[in-house]
Ligand binder design. Structure first.
Ligand code: C5P
Ligand code: C5P
Ligand code: ZN
Length: 474
């Protein structure tokens, strides 16, 4: 990978003008920020464009550009063939187009010919790494930035945020694989701190009772969604809720107070028959940034990435980019207000699904968000439902929503670690089944998406159900 990254870096040096094209989520925004910083330091003329998905329309618009190089980050590998006429490089971690299992000899030759053509692509899947958990789009981009100049090692901070934003640390409660090497470089460079902490979301910014009340991963039995139960729980554990007039937050607590809360929570779970692993998931690695102010969302990776998602998913990727690049003041304020909106959208969307219900079939479950759930958050909502345990964990979940920019229906799908172990690969399912009904799609084994024509939902579900059945049987 290092050799290949070096070749991409060399190619970049041959151009003055570079257009970055990136995905609109947290990983995409941090990918673009890493590329931007590295190019800025190399004195290049830079332009950035954020997109939801790289489809034929988007590719056609890019073909009309004048000159210079395009750097695709956190996308591109699923559309390699369509990019053949574009002078570009790709740093992506989505499953490459046409990949079904380990690369065959023919595929390897194909890879070589891509390497020799104008497209230079760096993607963990080509090196036996799992792009859903071992390396993110921002991590892949970072590997090239580092080859451009060693001083870019400080950008490892952004790669950690991107990986966390893509939920790459969620399964193991720590970053693994190549992500872990990048984390180590961040720690060595002094831009990242690693701590063992609670994995609950909001240790910097949420008042203590809200930390418990809004907990969704893991859900806290008897506490999540129950305001007064949360306050009572804290009071029973002798935890003062306020310091003067201000709510205390997790990072204000002493070690003893943290221990008392965590053992209280674990006991509650075990008493109610939850498995030990569930209680264990309360604690894990947390990544902090010493150059950011304590008690702000920018100080911790999960909160930072959520702030970025709140920008990207509402077409304001450029605000997230500026926050990452350090152009704060106005942009941070805007990002915070976008976050408030994002949280409301998530609550309303979950409520909507609760009202309409999730329909179960033999091999999958699904819901249709229509135009009530934005197409950019329908995947997040599906993932939240699956991890909350409010829906069947044995079945992959498929979610639809009306596509906002294009005619058609946006599809998101999510699986579990257990289903993937049994053979589920949502990336190939989304790519193949959408093609069958006249759409396009791709992603990762555990999380993938597509765009299909209006009215094709039922036919598509049939194809998906057949393919899930055969993957899980095989
Ligand atoms: O486009 P990109 O690769 O950046 O997005 C990855 C998506 O996969 C994210 O939406 C993330 O939430 C999802 N994911 C997941 N569970 C995992 C890993 C990733 O839902 N274990
Ligand atoms: O949109 P959603 O969050 O469901 O996307 C899940 C994963 O599938 C992401 O990594 C996303 O980039 C990918 N995806 C894709 N092609 C699409 C839609 C989503 O590769 N048409
Ligand atoms: Zn990504």
């Amino acid at each position: 990978m290092k050799e290949k990254a070096k070749r991409l870096a060399q190619k970049i040096q041959c151009y003055d003008k570079i257009q970055i094209v990136s995905h609109i989520d947290a990983d995409g925004i941090t990918s673009a920020s890493i590329a931007h910083k590295a190019l800025e330091r190399a004195d290049k003329d830079i332009d950035v464009k954020f997109i939801k998905q790289l489809d034929e329309n988007e590719i056609d618009t890019l073909k009309d550009r004048e000159n210079g190089l395009i750097w695709f980050t956190d996308l591109g590998s699923g559309q390699l063939k369509g990019l053949e006429d574009i002078d570009c490089i790709i740093t992506d971690h989505h499953e490459p187009q046409g990949k079904t299992g380990p690369p065959s000899l023919a595929e390897r030759e194909n890879i070589l010919s891509y390497g020799n053509s104008d497209i230079l692509e760096l993607n963990p899947h080509r090196y036996g790494l799992d792009g859903a958990k071992e390396l993110s789009g921002s991590g892949t981009t970072y590997l090239v930035a580092k080859e451009m100049d060693k001083s870019n090692k400080d950008l490892s901070k952004l790669a950690v945020i991107g990986a966390v934003g893509d939920l790459q640390a969620a399964e193991n409660n720590e970053l693994i694989g190549k992500n872990r090497e990048i984390l180590k470089e961040g720690i060595e460079t002094g831009v990242v701190d690693k701590k063992i902490e609670t994995t609950l979301y909001g240790i910097e910014s949420r008042p203590l009772p809200k930390l418990l009340e809004y907990a969704s991963d893991p859900v806290l039995p008897g506490l999540t969604g129950e305001e007064s139960a949360c306050t009572n729980f804290l009071v029973e554990n002798d935890i003062p809720l306020k310091e003067g007039e201000t709510w205390r937050r997790w990072y204000d607590l002493s070690k003893e107070e943290k221990r008392s809360i965590l053992s209280g929570l674990a006991k509650r779970m075990l008493d109610r028959g939850y498995p030990v692993e569930y209680a264990e998931s309360l604690v894990g690695e947390v990544y902090e940034f010493p150059d950011e102010e304590r008690g702000t969302m920018l100080h911790e990776a999960k909160e930072f990435s959520t702030l970025l998602n709140s920008c990207g998913r509402y077409e304001k990727g450029d605000i997230g980019l500026k926050v990452c690049l350090g152009d704060r003041e106005k942009n941070l304020k805007k990002a915070r207000s976008l976050l408030k909106g994002h949280q409301k959208v998530l609550v309303d969307s979950l409520q909507y699904v609760e009202n309409i219900g999730v329909e179960e079939r033999e091999h999958l479950q699904f819901f249709h968000g229509k135009d009530e759930i934005p197409d950019t958050v329908v995947g997040t909502v599906a993932g939240m439902l699956l991890s909350s345990g409010d829906v069947e964990r044995r079945l992959p979940i498929i979610a639809f929503a009306k596509s906002e920019e294009r005619d058609g229906v946006k599809v998101s799908s999510r699986g579990t670690k257990r289903l993937v172990k049994k053979g589920l690969d949502l990336s190939s399912i989304m790519s193949k089944c959408s093609k069958k009904v006249g759409g396009e799609g791709g992603g990762h084994d555990i999380a993938a998406g597509a765009l299909i024509p209006d009215g094709k939902e039922e036919e598509f579900l049939g194809e998906v159900e057949d393919m899930i059945e055969s993957q899980l049987q095989g």
